[in-house]
Design a protein around this ligand. Sequence first.
Ligand code: FAD
Ligand code: SF4
Length: 541
Amino acid sequence: MTQHYDIIIIGSGAGGATFAHALADTGKSILILERGAPLPIEADNWSSKAVFIDRKYRTREEWLDKDGKSFIPNTHYWAGGNTSFYGAALMRMKKNDFEEVQHAGGVSPKWPLSYAEMQPWYDKAEALWEVHGARHIDPQDQADDAPFPYPPLAHDPGVLELKAHFEEIGWHPSPLPLGIRRNDANPPTAPCIRCTTCGGYPCKVLAKVDARTAVLGPALKYPNVTLLTGQMVERIETDASGKRATGVVAMTAQGEVTYTGDLIVTACGAAPSAALWLKSKSAAHPNGLANGSDQVGRHYMFHATSAVIAIAAERFDSTFPKTLCVNDFYFGEPDGGYAYPMGQIQMLEYMSGQTLEGQLSDMLPPSIIPDAFSDALAHRMVAFLAMSEDLPDPNNRVTVEADGQIRLSYTFGDLTAHNRLVKTLEGGISTFVTHHHVISGHHFSVDELLPLYGTAHQCGTLRYGADPAMSVLDMNCKAHEMDNLYAVDSSFFCSSSAVNPTLTIVLWCGLSSRPSQTARPLARRCPPRPRRRRGPPALSR
Ligand SMILES: Cc1cc2nc3c(=O)[nH]c(=O)nc-3n(C[C@H](O)[C@H](O)[C@H](O)COP(=O)(O)OP(=O)(O)OC[C@H]3O[C@@H](n4cnc5c(N)ncnc54)[C@H](O)[C@@H]3O)c2cc1C
Ligand code: SF4
């Protein structure tokens, strides 16, 4: 049986759920189709073994790289998408990220809108996603940026020492903006209990501000919004002219089900959304949906990211170190020594011994690392992410094999600036480890560039822009070639910047005057339909 809705949203992550939330009050029937299940709230949420060694929540799906070698992407298919597992660093892109910027390895393109136009929407996104931070310490903040809605999370003693050290060497460390429901002034009044398993794990007490708690749950309170899980959308169908998407076909436990809709919105994540459009071939769209320009799937970006880890001889006194970042080198060295953007430094979350074993398990089987050793190592770790912009390259692309499998053909671009950032960070930490712990000669640091499976920050595969020959989506994230097909996930990015993507997805896809606001009048024109609710909202079970 075919079921009809005014708006069908495919995917319930940051983009899809925020979009549903933004349109919920229109009264239109909104169907969210999610391939995953509701995420269970259970003891394993906080088990390092379950999460990092058994990889209980990560997909088992295999993708291919450009040479046909398979790998499992670091992605999670559950209601709420990847944000249930994210580190909750909710950062604005910097003012110049919206402009054309010359990098060591090429040009980062200008966005169709400026930072000034995005700024009020960032304020709203920070309010909706409850961001904690402090303004005007980060050298990249703008003078007229509004204060954060919540104060920054307090630094642990080890992080305070590190902050003092960075200040001594002339850096300007600032609080990392975070979506964590924690109140350091009066801890019992907030749900965060400071467990030691946050980034990479789902929050068992729902204290992390993720899509489930910030937007999906609230959207499902409206009787006109329905979430159906276990719905793997296989293709989008169009009318004979190819101008209008008419519905979607989903594979479910009961077999194929067709849903028709007046507006069709994909929010599957950058690579899966592009794959879905490519799979939806028809006579009107022989190269995949809305792909007359051959741009669908191209310009995949995911950040050049290195984990930089120093091991001290003494314990590093923090069980929640991810409260600090350094943006002095974001657009180059402040003293003019290097003129190209280098990126951002961010502290990594606390890792227990088992988390560490899990993280290393691609190289060493956990069974050969004694627990006592991994625990001792974990307690002494001072760990950072060095993250640099990944420039859009049309040859870095998502394609689909004949059987529908995703192929991610990617070659790293010029890493000169990234390597310089890593070396700068290593220099900064090595003096911290030696000076503050008086252990000269008894420390080491490692850095490791995140390989292709690190798809967490994927973006750019359906990029937006004014020129239909060079972009897939128009300024409202509607397909240039179609009347009623939108994409509202990280696929619309035309450059990746060097900050974590979620806040920009949220503001653009759900809040800004663009996709959701242009969809609003379209939604209003849809003929009224009876409201329906298919059982209670089932976000978690
Ligand atoms: C471990 C980890 C840590 C991270 N840390 C941070 C951080 O600190 N800060 C930050 O900003 N970002 C972080 N990210 C990235 C962030 O989670 C993503 O940028 C964000 O979730 C992307 O939102 P999205 O809407 O594009 O896609 P997603 O959140 O991935 O949502 C896509 C949804 O679509 C569903 N779906 C996919 N295909 C189909 C289909 N065919 N049919 C039906 N449903 C489908 C998926 O199951 C999923 O629910 C992290 C990610 C990971 C994995
Ligand atoms: S640290 Fe707080 S927000 Fe993070 S998972 Fe633990 S309880 Fe949840």
